[in-house]
Design a protein around this ligand. Structure first.
Ligand SMILES: Cc1cc2nc3c(=O)[nH]c(=O)nc-3n(C[C@H](O)[C@H](O)[C@H](O)COP(=O)(O)OP(=O)(O)OC[C@H]3O[C@@H](n4cnc5c(N)ncnc54)[C@H](O)[C@@H]3O)c2cc1C
Length: 467
């Protein structure tokens, strides 16, 4: 129906991105219209989330109080226009326990997200009806301009617009793995799988990857009684840097002054120039670049984006995605005791050993052989949707009907910067939208709360706009 706002929106995925999209939709739909606006029509929202928890995902569903937010509490509000929203919640529920500069436990943020969802969905309004389906979406077909979503239970949901808030998939295996190793607990393909609770019985541990997920595993295993040596292997051999108080820094250029096409090398030079101007305060410079990152990313042709991912992204990531000082201190302590070792290289193969697995590592300093009782895949979420389609029925359904396509980097789904997904022929879909991790190839910087909250707020406005 032309010029009519949509009557229904289905959101597939009820992690933080999906939940926030629903919250913003409710806010927009219940906002009094200005005289120039089309009067609101009743809106039905379907939030489809497998399992009981809405708003948590693996990030905020962690049971460990030692798993901390990697953004200070003062920066974790879910509302872009109310930056102290989480901080006020924290003061109300845990008075006197945290400062705005503290890195609060992630599970408290999960509690905040759940509170927000409960308070918002219960808000009575004749204008919005919100249905939560605790189910898995396994198919999507288009019928007369509307999407029909098949759920695993056999039920179906029909909606005018659909948001794919699919979030983070388990990582891809970087080496050949035998089923038996997974059954015996020697190889853990998904670091977030709650079945591996026996950390105290594990002798030595190998983590493939050395980013924030690997450090999460170090913290969780220590908490569960692990006292062996932990080896971290990654191609760059870098660990996330520690948070510190950054100074304020204003960049010396405006984005619109830059060339339309930017090379990875030019971006690197730009960063170095600003770093010199800031007297070496890299945290301040990264902070100043952050709001510009998606725009700078889009100025790079695909070949330059690939070059950036190969050469600069590992370095950027460890400086940009930092750890709380307490986690950094634990890592340094374990390193000093020789109980945490970082290897620069690749795990070239795994084989069965006398008591666990033996890993062959092509390390920078020469080949290494490590015998460990458990290997955990911490290489980060799988982002190649061609591979995801092999395990995920919904993604297979969408790709096979050409309703969506992967982005040119295979880092997510192809979309306009506002989240409108592209069909296989490149045309923007009038029905399907996304935000968060699936947008990584398009925006590069899009998976943390400060970015997700902005995307969710803007997407809600876009979804309810009449076409
Ligand atoms: C361990 C970890 C820690 C993090 N810590 C921080 C932090 O401190 N600060 C910060 O700003 N960011 C952090 N992040 C970034 C994080 O990605 C976002 O903050 C946010 O949690 C992402 O939410 P999401 O909804 O996009 O994805 P997810 O949390 O992955 O949620 C997606 C949800 O969709 C569901 N789903 C998928 N497919 C279907 C389907 N077909 N049917 C039904 N349901 C489906 C999944 O079950 C899942 O619950 C962290 C990320 C991780 C992984």
């Amino acid at each position: 129906m032309a010029n009519t706002p949509p009557g229904s929106v289905a959101i597939i995925g009820g992690g933080l991105s999906g939940m926030l999209t629903a919250v913003h939709l409710i806010r927009v739909a219940t906002r009094p219209p200005t005289p120039a606006q089309t009067p609101s029509v009743p809106l039905r929202i379907f939030l489809i989330q497998e399992g009981p928890d809405v708003g948590l995902g693996v990030a905020y569903g962690t049971p460990f109080p030692e798993h901390l937010l990697n953004v200070p509490a003062g920066g974790m509000s879910v509302f872009p226009r109310d930056p102290a929203h989480f901080w006020r919640w924290l003061q109300t529920h845990y008075p006197g326990q945290y400062n705005a500069a503290d890195f609060a436990p992630r599970r408290l943020f999960g509690q905040y997200a759940r509170d927000l969802w409960e308070a918002t969905r219960r808000h009575p309004s004749a204008l919005v009806d919100c249905v939560t389906c605790h189910d898995r979406a396994i198919s999507l077909t288009m019928e007369a301009g509307r999407a029909r979503i098949g759920l695993r239970s056999g039920q179906t949901v029909t909606a005018d617009r659909v948001v794919l808030a699919l979030g983070n998939y388990p990582p891809a295996n970087p080496v050949a793995v035998e089923e038996e190793w997974v059954r015996k607990g020697w190889y853990c393909p998904n670091p977030w799988d709650p079945r591996y609770q026996d950390a105290g019985q594990v002798g030595d541990l190998l983590l493939i990857g050395s980013g924030l997920t690997a450090l999460d595993m170090v913290v969780a295993y220590r908490k569960r009684g692990f006292r062996g040596t932990v080896h971290l292997v990654s191609t760059h051999g870098l660990l996330p840097r520690v948070h510190g108080a950054p100074g304020d820094y204003a960049l010396s250029f405006r984005e619109d002054e830059l060339p339309v096409a930017l090379s990875a090398g030019a971006l690197y030079q730009l960063f170095k120039q600003e770093l010199r101007r800031a007297g070496g305060d890299w945290r301040a410079v990264i902070g100043a670049f952050r709001p510009l990152t998606p725009g700078l990313w889009r100025r790079m042709p695909v070949a330059e984006q690939q070059r950036f991912l190969r050469r600069l992204a590992p370095w950027w990531n460890v400086h940009r995605h930092r750890v709380a000082p307490s986690i950094h201190a634990l890592v340094e302590e374990l390193r000093a005791e020789g109980r945490l070792r970082v290897w620069k290289g690749r795990v070239s193969s795994l084989r069965r050993g006398a008591d666990g697995l033996v890993a062959e590592i092509s390390a920078a300093g020469g080949p290494q052989t490590l015998a460990v009782q458990r290997v955990i895949n911490c290489t980060g979420p799988q982002s190649d949707y061609r591979q995801i389609a092999r395990q995920d029925a919904l993604v297979a359904s969408l790709l096979s009907q050409s309703l969506v396509r992967p982005d040119p980097l295979w880092a997510g789904l192809d979309a306009l910067p506002n989240g409108q997904l592209r069909r296989a022929d490149g045309s923007p879909s009038p029905t399907l939208f996304t935000l968060g991790t699936p947008m990584r190839g398009i925006l590069f910087e899009c998976t943390s709360v400060p970015e997700i909250r902005q995307q969710a707020a803007e997407l809600a406005e876009r979804l309810l706009r009449p076409d």
